[in-house]
Ligand binder design. Sequence first.
Ligand code: ATP
Length: 320
Amino acid sequence: IYDVTAMGEMLIDFTKNGESEQGNGLFEACPGGAPCNVLAMLNKLGRKTAFIGKVGNDQFGRLLKDTIDAIGIETKGLILDEEIKTTLAFVHTFPDGDREFSFYRKPGADMMLEEKEVDEELIRGSKVFHFGTLSMTDEPVRTATKKALETAKEAGCLITFDPNLRPPLWKSLDEAKEMMEYGFTQCDVLKISDNEIQFVSGKEDYDEGIQYLQDKYHIPLIFLTMGKDGSRAYYKDMRVEKAGYPVKAIETTGAGDTFCGCAINGVLKYGIDNLTEENLEEILQYANAGAALITLKKGAIRSMPEPEQIEEMIKNGSQN
Ligand code: ATP
């Protein structure tokens, strides 16, 4: 029995790490992929997790498998493809902290997972099924994701969704929006970022954007993340907001995923039926603290904060 099974992409993020003597850029191969980042945080919080996805049976694919094995994520649902190579992404960070991604994925192994390769037993044995939109950009993984969701629904899993919009991966932004909307029809818990809510709702104001979504999809619980400004939760007629923790962020990769892992942990703790304002405040505070801590380190999956560090952050109100 698992607390959370996540499905989606695993890839290598190459992030620039200095220059050689000749002045060439040096890139660090960081294990990446939002769903496993979320699971890595959940494992730190003592949850049992499993992953479903595909990498190439190449150096990078084996590195990814070994990395999540070492963290304690169940990998029997991770397929190693003999033909297609592991997906690669190069991440360029601008001085203001914004990032630009170049994906090497035409095709990449993560999008080649087939319906028949989805380990349904893992899903049936899980309390929560988590997914995003990177496994819906292309076939065959789009059909595999839809199948996995059907299985999760049948099994009574709580469904959590973080769209993780990555525009360069889509043939068109209309298609991205369509798949995000499909996700909204499926999920019980949505984690969405400020720019994503503006994108799908066409509304500048976040509250108006969320209202637009609620009117259409009636999602029981929505978490909105707003970078350094913190986060909000929308549940029944409640709207709860918590400010972010002031930190000197060095790299924000994985902040959203860390937030998501902490938030799912909170929902597992309290259940989704009778959350109170206090519960939501506690969840936001914990998730903001966890996410702020990950911005102090490079990479994500191997850098998830310890629960003790998160508690200390909450106690002190900042990193010191
Ligand atoms: P990702 O870049 O991983 O996709 P995201 O866009 O989904 O992230 P953000 O809204 O950027 O998510 O960040 C998630 C959470 O991380 C925020 O709600 C906040 O709690 C924390 N966070 C992000 N950036 C900072 C920062 N500079 N300082 C403090 N906290 C931060």
